[in-house]
Ligand binder design. Structure first.
Ligand SMILES: Nc1ncnc2c1ncn2[C@@H]1O[C@H](COP(=O)(O)OP(=O)(O)OP(=O)(O)O)[C@@H](O)[C@H]1O
Length: 495
């Protein structure tokens, strides 16, 4: 083939562009994946990044020697292969472990527990599992998109029960690790000795291991290797589950590609990223395997029907004066911390007395003030994990009726008793944060029931615009926010 028609363009920084029009594109990309992972695609090009890491190289070494790979790249490259690339391949192969990874111990005996503690998979959950398995056979992985509270953890357990294979679960935070552990032990036949958690406190690697994205990317200095990633790379996982995959931090894209996994499963409710990198999630894990709509599950009674209200709150005159002369960044904060929101909260607390209420916000000073004023516990990232769990448990069991929470409770926290959410401030116009926060009050321990979600917005400020942006994703799912002027509402109508 003449040089012009060859499909690869290889840069010295490790970026490899592949022209899609090449007749053998599928086959070439399959081979290239032993050395590189895909990061982007356009109509004409696929973009890969070279990744010569010990875990990945194991595959490549089995197929060809370093010299043979360099020759293969030359054969398909329009321009000469940069010498730095040839060097990286040679060095990477030289440091590849000589022992092959043990094969995953398929037939790990894992089944869903059919005792009274656990009802069966729901229809949509069964369909999600089947669709994923069908796709994973061809594509090696896929993503399941289900609304918040629909039971993505249970779907993950369903997939594990079908594949019966060693599984690594990547969760967004320590609370979520605990929840996975609890669900694995309560809802499957796995024994405690088969389930490990790999966190800052405890480093167990067992046939089923749960860890966080943060653990994978942790290293002491910029020059260090990633010790936890390397420890987890020593096992040949039959399945890697990426929980809340929309949260996958950008540096983890590359790192988790190194994990040696037969299949990958991504779980999320909101595959939108404010950094626009959702396509990279697809290239790393696989295409969409299954999705179902929020409103369908609401109609079927699996998640609560939600009443969403945007409450417009005037600003006291001294705060308004400060707002007018502030720069944009300060304005956001002044509007968010509008002291008149306290009055609105008092009103809503009285209105929903007897229900389980979450007050969710972004600014710690504001949250501390609310917690102090009303005498409720406050959960923030500064609180030790064990204490957070204690408060969550008291809230779940209705021992306490109200929790004030920072963004640590934005997602993945399972509090089925919560049916009222009061959002006092947020991260700018984040659509996924809004949806995830609504999600905290949609879970229902019994079918049916209503949830109330209040977004407190300071009138005539930037918060109005952010509120609108935040609601966009939920609007696409069919949610409508009722616009409420606080004063008129408090003087009579509001319920
Ligand atoms: N088939 C089922 N039988 C019994 N309980 C279930 C079932 N499916 C889900 N649940 C329960 O519903 C609740 C929500 O599940 P889960 O936390 O997995 O939701 P999620 O989809 O991950 O939500 P989020 O996106 O908000 O994290 C949990 O308490 C879970 O135990």
């Amino acid at each position: 083939m003449n040089q012009e028609q060859r499909p690869f363009i290889i840069h010295s920084d490790g970026t490899i562009f592949v022209e899609r029009r090449h007749p053998d594109i599928v086959h070439l990309c399959r081979e290239l994946r032993a050395l590189a992972y895909q990061v982007k695609e356009t109509e004409q090009l696929l973009m890969f990044r070279l990744s010569i890491d010990p875990a990945r190289v194991r595959h490549a070494v089995e197929e060809r020697t370093a010299e043979a790979w360099i020759h293969w790249l030359r054969q398909h490259s329009k321009l000469p292969v940069p010498s730095q690339i040839a060097q990286r391949i040679k060095e990477g192969f030289a440091s590849a472990p000589s022992q092959p990874l043990p094969e995953p111990k398929e037939f790990l005996d894992i089944n869903l527990e059919s005792s009274s503690r656990f009802a069966e998979l729901r229809d949509y959950q069964r369909q999600a599992v089947e669709s994923y398995l069908g796709l994973a056979r061809q594509a090696g992985g896929g993503i399941i998109l289900l609304p918040c509270g629909a039971g993505k953890t249970v779907v993950g357990l369903g997939v594990m029960a079908k594949l019966q294979t060693e599984t690594l679960i990547l969760a967004p935070n320590a609370t979520s690790v605990k929840q996975w552990e609890r669900e694995l032990l309560n809802k499957t036949t796995l024994r405690a000795t088969e389930v490990g958690t790999y966190t800052a406190d405890r480093k167990q690697i067992r046939p089923v291991t749960v860890t966080t994205y943060q653990m994978l990317t942790h290293r002491d200095t910029q020059e260090d290797t990633y010790p936890h990633l390397q420890a987890l790379c020593q096992r040949n996982w039959g399945l890697v589950i990426y929980d809340e995959v929309h949260m996958l931090p950008a540096p983890v894209f590359r790192l988790t590609a190194e994990l040696h996994a037969a299949r990958r499963l991504g779980l999320t409710a909101t595959l939108i990223r404010e950094d626009g990198k959702q396509n990279e999630v697809f290239s790393l894990i696989g295409p969409l395997a299954y999705q179902c709509s929020w409103k369908d599950l609401e109609r079927q009674g699996w998640i609560r029907e939600a009443v969403c209200r945007e409450m417009r709150i005037p600003m006291p005159s001294d705060a308004e004066r400060a707002y007018r002369i502030a720069d944009k960044k300060q304005q956001v904060r002044i509007a968010a911390e509008n002291p008149a929101k306290l009055e609105a909260i008092a009103h809503l607390l009285a209105l929903h007395e007897g229900e389980q209420i979450l007050i969710i916000g972004h600014y710690l000073r504001q949250l501390e003030e609310i917690a102090r004023r009303f005498g409720f516990p406050l959960i923030t990232g500064r609180m030790p994990q064990a204490l957070r769990e204690e408060w969550y448990e008291k809230f779940r069991s209705r021992e306490i009726p109200v929790l004030v929470v920072s963004k640590v409770a934005n997602l993945a926290v399972d509090l089925p008793s919560a049916s009222v959410g009061i959002q006092v401030s947020g991260t700018y116009g984040s659509r996924q944060e809004e949806a995830q926060r609504l999600g905290r009050v949609l879970r229902s321990s019994s079918p049916g029931g209503k949830a109330y979600f209040y977004q407190l917005v300071t009138e005539n400020t930037v918060e109005e615009e952010y509120a609108w942006r935040r609601q966009c994703f939920l609007a696409e799912q069919g949610y409508r926010y009722e616009l409420v002027e606080l004063e008129g509402w408090m003087n009579g109508t509001g319920a």
